[in-house]
Design a protein around this ligand. Structure first.
Ligand SMILES: C[C@H](O)[C@@H](O)[C@@H](O)[C@H](O)C(=O)O
Ligand SMILES: [Mg+2]
Length: 472
């Protein structure tokens, strides 16, 4: 078990600000007082929805009218420091996630940050294994989305208490402490605590250079913003040509509703981006296994790097069959945005059912469970290409992939993080993209905080935006 924190430390990490921080505001100085244990005194959760369906942003073969939304959590502490967290939804049903967050609140309120992070594995287990509530999951569905929202807020709080962006908090952590945050239950047959530690210790070599490289160059990204399924060919062409001008070289196209449309749209994009740029296609679970193989074979001429979510996200053996059939065409299978826990990822990896692991910051049980998946992916030598987009997913997952490169994989081959150009303006520390790369965030925290005004305007159903929509 992780050793208890000494006086003046949070979870064994001394309370120091990293070099590249913005200057301290007086408010921060107050919060960073080393004496404070940051006892969580309240948890608030709000239903925040953006009417993205009006313009078909985010549309795909299965989710034709998503309103990008979030269950948005704020943790208040006795020191005045706050933690912000969220989980992503598509509109309807967000109120159910709010209920689940409220059901978990009793396990969080009254605990101090110090208490939580000095036994983070135990706290993760407390939230995911409550003897009554686990029946609702376990570790899947609405209750797990709620766990993600709450734990994301705890990680945000921790990073803020340290005065570091989350990626830097992780990068500076002792490997033993990282491992102490992971619940290895159900995965020890492929990854033991000792093996995880060994991976992290070995990757210490060259860590500083990789961190400097990331600060200078950023992490490579691809864009999904040009080719949502509901966009017209005209729109697609315009967005693609704008993206090319801004330096994008990797593009994802939505497919799966109509084969002839897919062939036309994919040819169009391939022609515009040229043979050396990278193209990926995403069917969002539209097909049965045999249909997936025949449909994607017809699209092989546009040379996609991967087909994403070809079939049910739970069908591990189906994905394995598709992977096997498409391998001779040079097309890999990617999945993960609806892969609900580490056990599923374990089996996908064991069965060679995916060639690209798409972690998700709000689907899995926050940083804790994502760490387990990053380490398993490393063990199986499968590249991680995170799912992002939605609302806030880019802001969050950039921290995890930076950690992955600096402290786990040390490899950029066949790796890139998704980027979607929507709704960043609603965050206090929005992502910074330069030359199609994610630049490492500098503000303390997990980049989850939304502007209060945005939350008020988009809160469902009372916010102005929704009042106007309802009146129409
Ligand atoms: C409904 C959403 O926009 C999805 O289409 C989106 O997350 C997508 O699968 C993606 O990979 O970005
Ligand atoms: Mg997808």
């Amino acid at each position: 078990m992780f050793k208890p924190a000494r006086h003046g430390e949070v979870g064994g990490v001394s309370l120091q600000r990293s070099q590249q921080q913005k200057p301290l505001r007086s408010h921060d100085r107050l919060n960073l007082c080393a004496e404070m244990s940051h006892k969580i005194v309240n948890l608030r959760v709000r239903d925040v929805r953006f009417p993205t369906s009006l313009e078909q942003h985010g549309s795909d073969a299965m989710h034709t009218d998503p309103d990008y939304s979030a269950a948005y959590v704020v943790l208040d502490t006795d020191s005045g420091l706050k933690g912000f967290g969220l989980t992503f939804t598509l509109g309807k049903g967000t109120e159910i996630v709010l209920c689940a967050v409220k059901a978990l609140a009793g396990l969080v309120i009254g605990k101090s940050l110090q208490e939580i992070v000095s036994n983070f594995r135990g706290f993760y287990r407390l939230l995911t294994s409550d003897g009554q509530m686990r029946w609702l999951g376990p570790e899947k569905g609405v209750i797990h989305l709620a766990t993600a929202a709450v734990l994301n807020a705890v990680w945000d709080l921790w990073a803020r208490a340290e005065g570091k962006p989350l990626w830097k908090l992780l990068v500076d952590m002792d490997p033993k402490q990282i491992v102490s945050c992971i619940d290895f239950r159900y995965i020890t047959d492929v990854l033991t605590e000792e093996e995880a530690l060994d991976i992290l210790v070995k990757a210490q070599e060259g860590k500083k250079q990789r961190e400097d490289q990331m600060l200078k160059e950023g992490y490579p990204a691809y864009t999904t913003s040009c080719a949502w399924l509901g966009y017209s060919d005209q729109q697609l062409k315009q967005l693609c040509s704008d993206a090319l001008k801004s330096g994008w070289t990797r593009f994802k196209v939505k497919v799966g509703a109509d084969l002839e449309d897919d062939i036309r749209r994919c040819r169009l994009i391939r022609k515009m981006i040229g043979p050396s740029s990278t193209l990926m296609i995403d069917a969002n679970q539209r097909w049965d296994v045999a249909e997936a193989i025949s449909w994607v074979s017809r699209l092989a001429e546009v040379k996609p790097l991967w087909i994403e979510e070809p079939t049910s996200p739970d069908d591990i053996l189906g994905h394995a069959a598709i992977s096997k059939a498409l391998a001779p065409l040079g097309i890999g299978v990617a999945t993960g945005e609806q892969c609900h826990n580490r056990v599923m990822f374990k089996q996908f990896l064991q069965a060679s059912a995916l060639q690209f692991v798409q972690i998700d910051s709000c689907r899995l049980g926050s940083v804790n469970e994502n760490l387990a998946v990053l380490l398993m992916a490393y063990k199986f030598q499968v590249p991680v290409c995170p799912h992002a987009g939605g609302v806030g997913l880019c802001e969050l997952v950039q921290h995890l992939i930076l950690f992955d490169y600096i402290c786990v994989s040390a490899d950029l081959r066949n790796r890139m993080c998704e980027y979607v150009d929507h709704l960043h303006e609603h965050f206090t520390s929005p992502v910074v993209i330069q030359d199609a790369h994610y630049m490492p965030p500098k503000d303390p925290g997990y980049s989850c905080e939304m502007l209060e005004e945005s939350v008020n305007r988009h809160e469902y159903p009372e916010g102005d935006i929704w009042k106007q929509e309802i009146q129409k």
